[in-house]
Design a protein around this ligand. Structure first.
Ligand code: FAD
Length: 436
């Protein structure tokens, strides 16, 4: 389908009010409601919990919630953000001045609540509604929803669907040979909440990305030893004396693990900080969305369903500044939906996708085709150009992001005590703590 300003916009006739279903009221879903509302597009945000903010709503509980659904949030009690808040925020809703750059999860939750209040978004959110099934119906979408409080199931038809269900909630746990022999405690970082249960223990933390590093350092404050198990480059920062970097796990034994270099570690607990899976359990097979080797297909620009472009999956890219990505992806969708810009032909989209894939493969392994890093900046500019909307991210965001990457590498244990004060569109101050 090709659409353009003179052509039919995505969805049905231009005179009918076209309604959009948004699945999830986390940072992505709220951003969707904010921009749809501003454009006068009616929307309903289905949210299975009683809150807005998604993963930023800390939940002590692990396992299942009161409705028998898996607990969604992966926050741990002491989590502080890993990107300074003044660059992490939506470009059109700055953080209030003051406070520490590396805010707590509670502050981010409050920020999202304020965003919802400021843009009067609560009116669009239906709480305790769990989307069970989305099925194509002609050029539209049937959305089957359960009201979790009454158990009533209803079906509504929408002209478009924005999938904002979050991508850090369904744990990925690798298969470890002989794991059934292991007699210790085993959990995924999704279910990690606090360090105290690991006091005095020898603990393996498998994975040395953001969560693995954070959890290893936090657990080390109370544990006897922490074995940070991974196959990447050694973390260059000086780590606490009781944290040792070791190779990845080959197999489990009764009381520990054999590592890939043949050495063994004894440990009474293992925490799998091994990431998350893309999961869309509510999309019927007829929707045609699949996850192939960690790649969501068939997507255009990492978001738009290429075959049925009235569906977009928001927030798929990772190693990014997520709220900024949402702010751009939603506006790109809206430009298409309102017929302000044209979608290229299918052939052209496929060609662009192939070229994009090649670009990613130059930097990342095939499993990481949605990983962005440096590629997020041209990606954002491209969305703004293709969607013909204001490219409003301040250049300082990229500058701070790069500076923070270096801090995290070299000053891992203390980087959150560095303050980043944004002083202009392109300028910032980096203030070291007095003790440094
Ligand atoms: P979520 O926040 O996960 O929201 C999804 C919402 O969809 C939830 O409210 C859920 O209940 C709802 N939902 C899901 N399925 C259904 C359904 N079937 N029906 C109805 N509702 C449904 N980002 C940063 O920018 N900085 C950080 O420092 C940072 N740290 C992080 C630390 C951790 C431990 C984690 C897990 C993530 C972190 N992130 C960080 C990334 C974070 O996920 C994003 O910032 C962002 O909050 C994701 O928003 P989202 O709306 O896509 O997903």
């Amino acid at each position: 389908m090709v659409v353009g300003p003179q052509q039919q916009p995505l969805g049905t006739g231009p005179d009918e009010p076209r309604r959009v279903a948004v699945i999830g009221a986390g940072a992505a879903g709220l951003c969707a409601a904010r921009h749809l509302a501003a454009a006068g597009v009616p929307c309903t945000v289905f949210e299975q919990t009683g809150n807005v903010g998604g993963t930023w709503v800390y939940n002590e509980r692990v396992g299942m919630d009161q409705f028998g659904l898996p607990v969604h949030s992966s926050m741990y009690r002491n989590l502080r953000i890993n990107i300074p808040k003044h660059v992490m925020c939506y470009p059109d809703f700055p953080f209030k001045k003051g406070g520490r750059s590396y805010a707590t999860h509670q502050e981010i939750r409050d920020y999202l609540k304020n965003y919802a209040q400021h843009f009067d978004l609560h009116q669009y959110v239906q709480h305790y509604t769990h989307v069970k099934r989305v099925t194509p119906q002609g050029s539209r979408w049937s959305v089957l929803v359960e009201d979790l409080k009454t158990g009533r199931v209803s079906e509504e038809v929408f002209d478009a669907v924005l999938v904002c269900n979050g991508h850090y909630s369904v744990p990925y746990t690798p298969t470890v040979p002989n794991m059934s022999l292991y007699g210790g405690v085993s959990l995924h970082s999704h279910d990690y909440r606090e360090p105290e249960p690991f006091a005095g223990a020898d603990v393996v933390v498998l994975g040395a990305k953001a969560s693995g590093l954070d959890i290893a350092l936090e657990v080390a404050k109370v544990a006897n030893n922490v074995f940070l198990s991974h196959n990447g480059d050694l973390v260059p920062s000086r780590l606490p004396d009781n944290v040792q970097q070791v190779k990845g796990i080959k197999e489990a034994t009764e009381d520990g693990f054999v590592l890939l270099d043949g050495t063994t570690v004894r440990a009474s607990a293992v925490i799998f900080a091994t990431g998350y899976e893309f999961s869309f359990p509510f999309l019927a097979p007829e929707c045609g969305v699949r996850v192939v080797h960690n790649r969501v297909v068939p997507l255009y620009k990492h978001m738009l369903h290429r075959e049925r472009p009235t569906m977009a999956l928001i927030g798929i890219p990772y190693c990014v500044v997520p709220f900024v990505i949402f702010h751009y992806q939603i506006r790109y969708f809206l430009s298409l939906f309102l017929g302000r810009v044209a979608l290229p032909s299918k052939e052209q989209m496929e060609r662009e996708e192939d070229a994009d894939m090649q670009k990613h493969l130059l930097q990342f392994p095939a499993r990481h085709t949605h990983k962005m890093g440096d590629l997020q900046w041209p990606y954002l500019h491209d969305l703004a150009a293709a969607g013909d909307f204001e490219d409003d991210m301040w250049p300082v965001v990229q500058e701070v992001y790069d500076a923070v990457e270096e801090d995290r590498k070299n000053l891992l244990t203390v980087y959150r005590s560095i303050e980043y004060n944004v002083t202009g569109r392109e300028t910032y101050e980096r203030v070291l703590p007095p003790s440094a």
